[in-house]
Ligand binder design. Structure first.
Ligand SMILES: [Zn+2]
Length: 162
């Protein structure tokens, strides 16, 4: 895993660290707890936030990654592409690997990104005096989702049984 970050990725990571602290402070002030956040850098250079949305029926839940991507589409359009995405998840102590996107999110990142869209896994820990960010990992979506679901338009056009 290559931990060299581009200038854009560094900017996104620094934004994510500040936003995680701000959102967690709001959540804690209102009786909530830490959660998984995601931050998208679009190809237009804008950053969009998302957080896990949990409900009491499983299918109603929305992952933080798709929340952030939906915000990108809302503010830009479906033509925008994800340049990089941070997945920031709370852990009790440093884990060997950060939380990767689920299968649905891997597909949506791939669909709204490019094969080289960067996925940065960020672990964060709540301490007595704030939050720390002890570990980052960097992947490309083509490595996390090597065989994408990609139906071919026109595959069945003019089909005749032989
Ligand atoms: Zn997901």
């Amino acid at each position: 895993m290559d931990l060299e970050l581009t200038a854009d990725e560094q900017k996104l990571v620094e934004y994510a660290k500040q936003a995680v602290v701000q959102y967690n402070q709001i959540r804690h002030a209102n009786g909530g707890v830490d959660t998984l956040y995601s931050f998208v850098l679009s190809d237009k250079g804008n950053i969009y936030d998302g957080a896990s949305f949990e409900s009491n029926i499983g299918v109603d839940c929305i992952c933080g990654e798709r929340h952030a991507i939906a915000n990108m589409v809302l503010q830009e359009s479906y033509t925008s592409k994800i340049k990089s995405i941070v997945v920031a998840d709370s852990v009790p102590e440093v884990q060997p690997e950060g939380t990767p996107p689920c299968g649905n999110c891997r597909h949506v990142i791939w669909r709204h990104g490019t094969p080289d869209t960067c996925v940065i896994l960020m672990q964060y820990i709540m301490g007595k005096s704030g939050w720390t960010f002890p570990k980052l990992e960097k992947h490309l979506i083509k490595d996390l989702y090597p065989h994408p679901f990609n139906p071919k338009p026109g595959l069945w056009d003019n089909f005749q049984p032989k």
